[in-house]
Write a new protein. Sequence first.
Length: 131
Amino acid sequence: MDTSKQGVPNSLRNWLVFHFYVDYAFAIPFFFFPETTAEILGYVPLDPLAARIVAAALFGIGYSSLLASKFDLEAMRTKLRWAVVWAGSATVGLLWAATTVEHIWGWVFAGIFLLFFLLWGSYALRLGSFK
């Protein structure tokens, strides 16, 4: 098992840094250029207010993942509980929304959130976050 001296797997630390980059890769263009980004992705029409709110959430969640990449075991367990709740509720909401819109991106975003939910959930179980 790839663990650091604090009992937190190095692979989890790497995933958290990767998560930061993924969140910011979506947050920056959707925050500063929502209409242009939506056009490039073929996701029109897009509500720029909603896009910027989502981008703001991604900035916060992504930054929290970057900070968490240095957490000790107890703090990491807390972070993982939050991440499971966030990714799980976002996945349910996105899956629900994907059934009502005609954009493939609803399913793509739901799939991305589902993968992160499964990733955070597996680490949460492995580290005993819900005990």
